[in-house]
Design a protein around this ligand. Sequence first.
Ligand code: PLP
Length: 367
Amino acid sequence: MELKPTPKPWIDAIHAYVPGRATASDGRPLVKLSANENPLGTSPAALAALEEARGEAASYPDPDSKALRAKIAEVHGLDADRIVCGTGSGELLHCVVQAFAGAGDEVLCSKYSFSLYPLLAQKVGAVPVFSDDADYAASVDNLLAATTPNTRLVLLDNPNNPVGSWLPASEVERLHFGLPSDVLLVIDHAYAEYLADGVDDGGFALAAAHENVLVSRTFSKAYGLASERVGWATGSPHLIDLINRLRGAFNVSRSGQRAALDALGDQDFVTASREHNAAERIRFAEAIAALGNHGLRAVPSEANFLLVLFEGDLTAETARDALAGAGYAVRHLPGHGLPQALRITIGKTEDMTRVTATLRELCGEAP
Ligand SMILES: Cc1ncc(COP(=O)(O)O)c(C=O)c1O
């Protein structure tokens, strides 16, 4: 038999990232409430920048995203030299896990966290370790208890995906304080723009003051630029230097840099996205609470989705299928240890009204 190239055993053992669905099992297109995208679309300013960038497709982008980093620094009051941009924040998370973890090392996260985290650990031969949750949310006590001499990184999505839970600054600080200084704490702010104005988990301050804290952000959510693949991270010069050595050379496209820069200049769009999300999330959470006698429960969320638990006769599978029948793709996460839950992105007002009506009808209530 002819020999064939053999992948490393830890690569062979991992599965590809499973994205949210956009079609029914019969191929019918569905309204996508399965990937936490922005239902308001993209800022008109960013769309105009994308249009302009079309004529520049033949040229390589700025490898250092200089103008974009300067604008990020201005908007967030940070030092541009302590910022690195990536092909989505996912690339940057990958780089730091690669920089600090390898075979035999442990990468720790809360039991219900972003599904990419264990894959990042497995890609480098490290072991993903999950700390117990506290009613689905991350628990600082449990994260600290799960830290061992082999722990190299702690990945904390705050707000969290898929739960939507959020740890306040006092808890994040307690987590950082309790970790050995040679463990890197990564605070993933993918959904931070959805927090109420002025609410802050203190991540930027920790990243500015300590060598072992990195904060990542993305343009994929509230900025409505998921397709352009732009993210960024801030931390000590040492961390930024490591990521710069590991990231792709021209990792953010010209169009991505231009669009993200102009999206930052249109904070009205971000505010409108946050306000729409807050209003519809409250309305949806109240609708789920009204179905509490049927075993439905929404975990409190600070993000642009709700994790709805089905703890009565109506199962998550039945609800997922009925919602698909009504034209909606939502995220069922049995592979994530959540067979009893659906993660439902907060969509347009009319879509949330129809989703609510579908769930009410399934429970035998008037829509
Ligand atoms: C918690 C969290 N972090 C990071 C990301 C990755 O975002 P991107 O690579 O698009 O910046 C996501 C995407 O869903 C997420 O949910």
